[in-house]
Write a protein that binds this ligand. Sequence first.
Ligand code: DX5
Ligand code: ZN
Length: 219
Amino acid sequence: MNKVFIAPSILSGDFANMGKAVKDLEKWGGDIVHCDVMDGVYVKNLTFGMPMIKALRKITDKTLDVHLMITKPERYVEEFVECGADIVTFHPEASQDALATLQKIKSLGVKCGIVFNPDVDIDKYSHLFKYCDIILVMSVFAGLGGQKFIDYCLDRIKYVKQLLDEQNLDIPIEVDGGITEENASKVVEAGASILVAGSTVYNSKNPKKTIEKLRGTNY
Ligand code: DX5
Ligand code: ZN
């Protein structure tokens, strides 16, 4: 089994103190900083944009994983990279040209990937896998933290894994939404190696221990 990386989502951190939210996750042993960018159009909520990434870049060396829930992400990928993103993922159906967007991100020297909402046809976009450094499978509908894990998404993770194997691609699968200490091992068994966790980490009484449990040692 691959090493499992934990990516706490700062969406569940204190918006009045995002610097602390990042410093906390470093202290607790989180591996990656998952940043949920929402535009109020692709999803209903609005969160934050480039200035937040730029500000966080100054205070952490951790990987900044920017999950774009925005329409026409191609408009902004360059700026997100300039502000310090290390990974930029976007929802392919929100882009006018997903391949060109992936290639643009890649040409800027950072990692790129596509994100699958639970109702998006994976087959429609699997030809893009070879241009990706990461595939993000949503296990809730993008747009809100603290939702319940959708069980049928486990099969979608397995399906992405199968398609990657068929294409001889060894790239990580990240899973996002509703991940808990109880379901993390199933998600890893299905093929994920990066687990995003917002509320489970930030609402935990002992976040360090929670991160250890999410990562697991007995998968
Ligand atoms: C949902 C976001 C997730 C969310 C995860 O739109 O993409 O990253 O913050 O939060 P939890 O872990 O609470 O479901
Ligand atoms: Zn996310």
